[in-house]
Design a protein around this ligand. Structure first.
Ligand code: MD6
Ligand code: FE
Length: 233
């Protein structure tokens, strides 16, 4: 199946301040300022309120057990976790033992608008970057459904996002992700290595206490068998 980030999908006017869709490279689309300032502020408030039941924590690296510099939590039926035994999806928060809070409806709606998928994401990973936190070069590859793209929303401080291709040492390119930006990547870029090399501290005052939030929405389980559950279907 040939995957495309559907160009005919235009965001609902009431959700957005800008509808421009830029193709960064094949399979990687960026909507700069997709969420306006009001939506950004309400998303941040919503995230911290949901996180009262699922506190941010520092996951541990597989094998070494070294803590991430980023703090994380999740929303949705499955959360992405990491510890000495590896990366995986779990139904419960590792510290509270409770199910993750529900996915914010605005994010779920954005998923359907921008990905063209008919099946929703089970996971919203929330990354909180404070101080000099960063994220090393990685692939998102713990999902069973690699036909589904990954959608990410940036809030707060600007960050330098680097993306290459599916081999770690291939050349990469960098661009700045700003508050309100949405990135969707899939198809030929679904397994591209990517990183947050640095966050430009105090470039925004959106996040209480400073820093940057990133929300990464992922479809984890295989799509239902109908053709129309697939991207662009
Ligand atoms: C971040 N983002 O922006 C980390 N992964 O903080 C990701 O790791 C990411 O932005 C898959 C797709 C889009 C992303
Ligand atoms: Fe990622």
């Amino acid at each position: 199946m040939v995957y495309t980030v559907s160009p005919e999908v235009t965001p609902a006017a009431e959700l957005t301040s800008a509808a421009a869709r830029l193709e960064i490279m094949p399979g990687v689309a960026l909507w700069p300022g997709y969420f306006d300032r009001t939506r950004q502020a309400s998303l941040v408030a919503d995230i911290f309120s949901r996180a009262l039941d699922a506190p941010f924590y520092r996951p541990l690296m597989p094998r070494t057990g070294k803590p991430f510099s980023v703090e994380e939590t999740n929303f949705g039926s499955l959360g992405w976790v990491s510890d000495e035994s590896g990366y995986r999806y779990e139904k419960m928060h590792p510290l509270t033992g409770h199910p993750w809070p529900a996915m914010p409806p605005l994010l779920e709606r954005t998923w359907f608008e921008l990905t063209g998928c008919c099946a929703g994401p089970e996971c919203c990973l929330v990354n909180l970057y404070r101080g000099r936190a960063r994220m090393g070069l990685h692939q998102d590859r713990d999902e069973a459904e690699l036909l589904a793209p990954v959608l990410s929303v940036s809030l707060g401080d600007d960050a330098v996002f680097r993306i290459g291709c599916s081999t770690r040492r291939a050349p990469s390119r960098s661009f700045v992700l700003r508050s309100g930006d949405v990135v969707v990547f899939g198809g030929p870029a679904r397994l591209a290595f990517h990183a947050i090399d640095r966050v430009l501290e105090k470039s925004s005052c959106l996040v209480p206490g400073g820093g940057r939030l990133n929300l990464t929405l992922r479809r984890v389980a295989r799509f239902p068998q109908q053709e129309d559950a697939r991207p662009g279907g």
